[in-house]
Write a protein that binds this ligand. Structure first.
Ligand code: ADP
Length: 479
């Protein structure tokens, strides 16, 4: 059965309260009984002492005198206290009140100390103090009794109150508990209601933060922070989808237009070949774009298939520099790799790292005009592998530098003319660096060139991928 927090709190309240009240009344009852016992014991012992004093005083004058004095004493006693004095053989010297009626023999007390017992004398309960005392060479057994009835009545009265008030108290306290729980949980209801109203259409709506600095305020603030993150992610995804659709529409419309024109009338084989070659060229570019989109979509979904292993990035850089030479030659750009001879072992995915280096190299060649220079350098420093790609290209304006890692962002569009690109390369590079716990620094001067520096933790320094990369941007070229 599903119980609400309010009901559960009330049930707990009921259980704790009932147990506490029971314990409290039990302790009171025990204390009360102890106190009654002490009081009646003291009263009966005092009476026993009074009888003993009378015996001591009148014994020298003989038993008859003792008996007379005891009678006078008994007449002085109020409150139903009675006593009996016998010799060691049970022969009664004097007996007052119910002691005078026939009764079963009482146990023989000791001489050393007063002993106590509770008995019924003609249907009335008494607490008896008894002792054997010796006076003038004679032994006397004294039984001094006080009725326990008045005390028992007080105890019964107390127990009656217990029985009547305990359930009433518990029920009242539970009702109060239920009301209090409802009051305490009312803000939670409000939070549930406002959270239920938030949807994709009104993601900017936030929960009202309570005034009090308590757990509910923290809960509301945490939920609001979560909504902030969700809103940002949804905005990013919406923007990404819109940009991706836009970028895919252009090549597809180029392919379509080319095919339509080619089919408009019969053409020579050479013309068809030319059209098909153009279509193939655009289709290849589109494939690259789709691959980039897929990589970023996987990165967002945390379903990337990166496989981490100890990898020598010097070897990957050698391979990448061969491709860089081809690209640079085609554009008449001078390319100089200065790679360290030793191994640079990092824990990473070789294919992803190669992709990362190629993004930097490709950009450096792409954004550098003919007769410019591109350098590729690598070395190890303080437990890190450092890879630099520097160029003497068009550079990046200071205001654009913080945004070049954003998806679909392309700086210098007017100056870079029709340099192909989708603005996704550096987003992918930054994600790969992050996955390898690496950092990227950028230094660039408009019109002078750019330098991209990547730092990756070396495998021996105990690296394992996990933390986000930091991208640092600095306005001037380093060298
Ligand atoms: P793409 O190169 O496809 O446009 P990137 O994400 O690789 O996309 O780069 C984002 C933007 O950063 C580029 O459009 C360009 O404006 C700028 N950029 C990147 N690398 C360089 C570079 N080496 N020199 C000048 N600008 C660069």
């Amino acid at each position: 059965m599903q119980l609400t927090i309010r009901t559960r709190l009330t049930l707990w309240y009921f259980a704790v309260l009932a147990a506490s009240f029971l314990a409290f009344f039990w302790i009171c009852d025990l204390g009360f009984r102890r106190s009654i016992e002490t009081t009646v014991n003291d009263a009966s012992r005092d009476n026993l002492e009074a009888v003993r004093r009378v015996i001591d005083k009148s014994q020298p004058a003989g038993i008859a005198k003792v008996s007379r004095e005891l009678r006078e004493l008994s007449e002085l006693w109020a409150n139903g206290a009675i006593f009996e004095v016998t010799d060691l053989h049970g022969n009664v010297i004097f007996a007052s009140g119910r002691f005078s009626a026939p009764q079963f023999p009482l146990p023989q007390p000791s001489r050393e100390k007063v002993s106590y017992l509770t008995i019924n004398l003609a249907l009335l309960q008494y607490r008896i103090a008894q002792q054997v005392v010796t006076s003038g060479g004679e032994d006397f057994v004294i039984n001094a009794a006080v009725p326990t009835e008045p005390f028992d009545q007080a105890l019964d009265h107390f127990r009656l109150i217990e029985k009547e008030f305990l359930p009433l108290l518990v029920v009242l306290a539970c009702l109060l508990g239920y009301w209090l729980a409802g009051r305490a949980l009312a803000p939670v209801d409000r939070i549930i209601q406002s959270a239920g109203d938030v949807g994709v259409q009104n993601l900017s709506r936030r929960l009202q933060v309570p005034q009090a600095h308590d757990e509910l305020r923290r809960l509301t603030e945490t939920l609001n922070a979560m909504l902030d993150r969700i809103e940002r992610s949804v905005k990013r995804i919406t923007q990404f989808t819109a940009d991706a659709s836009h970028d895919l529409r252009t090549p597809i419309s180029v392919i379509r237009t080319d095919a339509e024109i080619a089919l408009r009338r019969p053409r020579s084989a050479a013309e068809y070949r030319e059209s098909l070659a153009r279509i193939l060229d655009v289709a290849e570019g589109t494939t690259g774009l789709i691959e980039s989109l897929l990589t970023l979509a996987r990165a967002d979904g945390e379903s990337s298939n990166l496989k981490f292993e100890v990898t020598d990035i010097s070897a990957i850089l050698q391979k990448a520099s061969l491709q860089a030479s081809v690209l640079a030659n085609a554009k008449c750009v001078s390319f100089s790799p200065r790679l360290g001879a030793s191994e640079l072992l990092v824990k990473g995915d070789p294919a992803a790292l190669e992709k990362l280096f190629l993004v930097f190299i490709d950009n450096a060649v792409k954004y550098t005009s003919a007769s410019g220079f591109v350098w590729l350098r690598s070395w190890d420093e303080n437990g890190e592998a450092v890879i630099e790609v520097e160029d003497t290209g068009i550079g990046i304006a200071p205001e654009d530098q913080p945004r070049i890692f954003d998806r679909f962002f392309r700086a210098n569009l007017s100056r870079s003319g029709n340099i192909p690109g989708a603005g996704l390369g550096l987003s992918i590079a930054s994600w790969i660096a992050a996955a390898h716990r690496g950092t990227i620094e950028v230094q660039s001067l408009l019109g002078a060139g750019s330098l991209f520096r990547l730092r990756l933790p070396l495998a021996l320094a105990g690296a394992a991928a996990a933390e986000p990369a930091q991208t640092q941007v600095s306005p001037a070229v380093a060298s």
